[in-house]
Design a protein around this ligand. Sequence first.
Ligand code: GLU
Length: 310
Amino acid sequence: MNPVSNIEPTVREIFELALKLDEGKVTTYIPELAGVDPDLFALSICGTDGRTLNMGDTGHMFTMQSISKVLSYALVLEYYDDETIMERVGVEATGEDFDSIIKLDHHKRPFNPMVNAGAIAVTDMIISRFKDEALVKSLDLFASVLGKNEVSVDEAVFMSEYRTGERNRAIAHLLKNFSLLDNPVEEVLALYFKHCSVQITTSDLACLGATFSNKGCPASSVRQVLKRETLQKVLSVMLTCGMYNYAGQWVYDVGFPAKSGVSGGVLSMVPDKMGVGVFSPRVDDKGSSPRGVLVNKLLSERLNLHIFAC
Ligand code: GLU
């Protein structure tokens, strides 16, 4: 693989092409997100050697939203065995909207941890394991995987979703009804919304992707921050379920693991090569950024990055 500097002209061309796309709408069901400038656009790529390319508004911080589901799932995989996790959440794509009011699979558990129902079940497991330390433990893991000393929560976005998130509240109550939550609904939702409100930039996302593509080791260090087994599992679920009801088309067209969020962020990673972070607040009806999808599609095509590329 070329070092990232060699791919810069191609990436610049892709950035300019995606900039012309203005499909989608800024998310409004979380009121605080409605005020974001729709024209913001940022793209970062980080190679496994730590070299980074940054284009556009890469200094702009946004909230992770569903991209945080990747890390909360990684956290439970680090601390629970497979059998225990599988009692609470499966690994099958739903083919449905990210906030679908739960449909349980035939084992009576949410389909996967990348949709809201599954991530809320996973969040409950984090609270059961770490009790009062659950938020601190989560933020520590988020920071170390992002190669940072600390991360912060956007309290305005958090409060906005906590006050208005009745659909997620309904999902959590249904999970509780099916004995899939051990902790109080409001406590689980508070931590789930905090995870969603962690602030990042595209360059943080690219570093996170690079850590994943570098077998759990941030490019700038030799410290392993996630077990290899955890990565293998997280990446498998990202590949098959990360892009919600667009997941099959994504694997077909793009062919490497990714996760999107309704704030407009898209995280993706190319095994052994690079991490990619895109941010553009306009999202489609599946909750993914059209510019983010296009960037990844073009990167895959032009640099031959599909995991099954011939
Ligand atoms: N906080 C959002 C929710 O639960 C995350 C959804 C997303 O980013 O897809 O509705």
